[in-house]
Design a protein around this ligand. Structure first.
Ligand code: SF4
Ligand code: SF4
Length: 156
């Protein structure tokens, strides 16, 4: 995570990971992607109620859900308060352990869509829930809306 000992490096044009030269740090070419969110696993949603909570979270914005290897995560977009204008860490010596253990190996530097599934808006969660849940497991309002949509439009 933004592994600079002092906050002195300047943002550089991103390079391919394999083009990194000996002695260089990949973080120097990054916009500190890993310092701009936090994520934690959640129970796998199974019922409409679970998905409805997820919709509610997403209605607040700055959040997403992703699935990796069958595990669901909520991701909250929020810059760390120690992130510096040059994308360096402002508390390198006292940074949390999770930052110390995170490395550039397999980090998200060049991984913009590496999730098995990604849900960024309430509509995506709703569509997914509607696709996997049998109609009778859906909330009454969802069933009513579906029924309403299926009615023919009468004009005149
Ligand atoms: S995403 Fe990777 S390259 Fe970017 S700051 Fe974090 S560890 Fe460094
Ligand atoms: S303390 Fe903040 S800025 Fe520093 S490495 Fe951790 S997440 Fe990044």
């Amino acid at each position: 995570m933004s592994t600079t000992e002092t906050s002195t490096f300047k943002a550089r044009t991103p390079i391919a990971r394999e083009d990194l030269k000996e002695g260089e740090n990949l973080c120097e070419y990054c916009t500190a992607k890993c310092c701009r969110y936090y994520a934690f696993p959640i129970d796998t949603p199974k019922k409409w109620k679970d998905f409805d909570y997820m919709r509610w979270y997403l209605l607040h914005g700055k959040a997403a859900f992703f699935v990796e290897d069958g595990t669901w995560f909520i991701m909250v977009y929020a810059d760390c308060k120690h992130l510096q204008a040059d994308n360096g860490c402002g508390t390198y010596e006292t940074r949390p352990q999770i930052c110390r253990e995170y490395t550039t190996k397999d980090c998200e530097y060049d991984n913009d869509s590496g999730y098995d599934q990604l849900f960024e808006c309430p509509e995506q969660i709703e569509e997914y829930a509607e696709a996997i849940l049998p109609p009778k497991k859906r909330s009454p309002w969802v069933r009513e809306r579906a029924a309403g949509l299926s009615l023919p439009v009468v004009s005149g």
